[in-house]
Design a binder for this molecule. Structure first.
Ligand code: FPP
Length: 243
């Protein structure tokens, strides 16, 4: 069996957790049942990533577009979020995990936003893996807000247009304290990015797997990392330049 090379771990893994609805439908159940089971896969992915030595894990839990789903489904997702945060604080403490969130957190129901802020504050001093939940997140919205904030600084003569560089843009994104994504995983067989971290995945390796999110296991995560380690990341250079 091939093992993970501990020297070449992806520093930042991002996951588009897709397929909860189809998983439930295959079992003749309501979509909500899929999300409930998706939570177990979230817990496993978090614990396994921390144990494997991943520094940053970012999960697409709720997109700006997800607000358009049926009311019951949105309410269930928010309830699951609150219940999971309460329950998982122990896991975060045990594993030294720091919780972070990206997205329009103010758009979440008050209870969800305050629970989230509470767990973020309680885990702020942790030095292990940073777990980032993307909630009410949309990459275009993130870029639009960054452009607006930079424009205001230009207007007020705080920044001159010709000094705007990638670092300045980065510092105005929700992800300002995260490194670029190295490995992006999407489950369920869909080959789309769906408005997730468009700027941050510029050089990420993309990994698509047919498994539906509630079935995503430790073995699948390990396979994704090994697949990543077998690729040559050239960042625009030639193979010869790298060797
Ligand atoms: C995609 O499946 C999944 C989501 C929109 C939500 C992901 C949420 C969870 C896994 C549970 C709650 C999260 C946390 C962090 C506690 P889909 O519904 O789009 O599936 P489909 O494409 O088969 O319909």
């Amino acid at each position: 069996m091939v093992n993970i090379d501990q020297e070449r771990l992806p520093k930042h893994i991002a996951i588009i957790m897709d397929g909860n609805g189809r998983w439930a439908k295959q079992r003749g159940k309501h979509r909500v049942f899929g999300h409930e089971n998706g939570v177990n896969a979230v817990r496993a992915a978090v614990e396994n990533s921390a144990r494997l030595g991943i520094d940053f894990l970012t999960l697409y839990a709720f997109s700006t577009e997800n607000w358009n789903r049926p009311k019951l489904e949105v309410q269930t997702l928010m309830k699951l979020l609150v219940a999971s945060l309460r329950k998982e604080l122990k896991t975060f403490i045990k594993n030294n995990i720091k919780l972070n969130a990206i997205g329009n957190i103010d758009a979440l129901p008050q209870k969800a936003a305050s629970e989230l802020r509470d767990v973020i504050q309680k885990t702020a001093s942790h030095t292990g893996m940073t777990l980032t939940l993307a909630l009410s997140y949309g990459s275009r919205e993130e870029l639009k807000s960054a452009i607006q904030a930079i424009s205001v600084k230009v207007k007020n003569n705080i920044i001159s247009p010709d000094t705007i560089d990638e670092a300045i843009i980065n510092s105005h994104l929700y992800t300002h304290d995260l490194p670029d994504v190295d490995l992006l995983i999407r489950t369920s067989g869909e080959h789309r990015i769906s408005n997730f971290l468009l700027w941050q995945i510029a050089y990420a390796e993309l990994y698509f797997i047919d498994v539906l999110w509630p079935d995503f296991s430790e073995q699948h995560l390990v396979e994704a990392i090994i697949n990543y380690q077998n690729r040559e990341r050239r960042f625009g250079k030639t193979s010869e330049q790298l060797s």
